[in-house]
Design a protein around this ligand. Structure first.
Ligand code: NAP
Length: 244
């Protein structure tokens, strides 16, 4: 068996119904894992490729992770080899400066990450599995219009370190990924605006956006024995955006 063969492994990607998480889910499936994804819509049929979704070969469950009871109501598998927390939202138009917008973003981007991690801890411990937390390069700096998004992502980087330290003794390796700019429904505000897009690309040394499959490369690495001595680290996968 090679290091990125996930035959016989169970993988759950929270936020795997579209975009980056969906790319990660498909990458695990292509390497023979049994993959479940969670998303917000009633059924898998409610997603299409225009959403950046390909649910072929994946099991799907509707779980609104901002509702802790909905997470806790999910049947815990006996063992879980990989949990990817890739859920995320952003609010524009200064909504994040007001309490409802702030709470909505915090609930999904950080509180639900802890809720998902806590719920699956026993199954991850049984499997001696890996938890991967998807944050953002926004967590390393300021985001003038999106204070909750940036704060939630900084918190996700911090949570990756704390859980990495706390759960190493249980045999669970916790690491993270901080993507740069990837064209998904979350970033449509930028990618559909020519001027904004050109300005963003100028700030990326590779002069292009990343692909979900390129984020998936980091996830496969962090879930595999290739990273067996890594704990609490967040890999920056941003085409060089944060170098200067
Ligand atoms: N795209 C980027 O440039 C970029 C950069 C840095 C970090 N990120 C991070 O990458 C992750 C994935 O984002 P994306 O860009 O791939 O955007 P996306 O396509 O909108 O994916 C977000 C995922 O989170 C799920 N989600 C949102 N709210 C949820 C809720 N209340 N309950 C359950 N699931 C929920 C979405 O479900 P539905 O499909 O049902 O909406 C979807 O699966 C996020 O954490 C984001 O912050 C993205």
């Amino acid at each position: 068996m090679n290091d990125t063969d996930f035959s016989g492994k169970r993988v759950l990607v929270v936020g795997g119904s579209s975009g980056i998480g969906n790319g990660m889910a498909q990458a695990f499936r292509e390497r023979s894992a049994d993959v479940t994804v969670w998303g917000t819509r009633a059924s898998a049929d409610d997603y299409s490729d225009t959403d950046g979704s390909d649910l072929t070969g994946l099991s799907y469950a509707q779980v609104d992770v901002s509702d802790r009871a909905a997470i806790d109501a999910q049947v815990l598998p006996e063992r879980l080899d990989v949990l990817v927390c890739c859920q995320g939202i952003v609010r524009y138009g200064r909504e994040e400066f007001e309490r409802p917008g702030w709470d909505a973003v915090m609930d999904v981007n950080i509180t639900s990450v802890m809720d998902c991690a806590r719920h699956h801890h026993p199954a991850l411990a049984t499997a001696k599995g890996a938890l991967i937390i998807v944050s953002s390069v926004a967590g390393f700096g300021s985001a003038m219009g999106n204070p909750a998004y940036a704060a939630s992502k900084a918190a996700a980087v911090s949570l990756t370190k704390s859980l990495g330290e706390a759960w190493a003794r249980d045999g669970i390796r916790v690491n993270g990924i901080a993507p740069g700019l990837v064209a998904t429904k979350l970033t449509e505000v930028t990618t559909s605006n020519e001027a904004r897009m050109q300005a963003s690309l100028r700030a990326i040394p590779l002069r292009r956006t990343g692909e979900p499959a390129e984020m998936a490369g980091a996830a496969l690495f962090l879930a595999s024995p290739l990273s067996s001595y890594m704990i609490g680290q967040t890999l920056v996968v941003d085409g060089g955006m944060t170098l200067s």
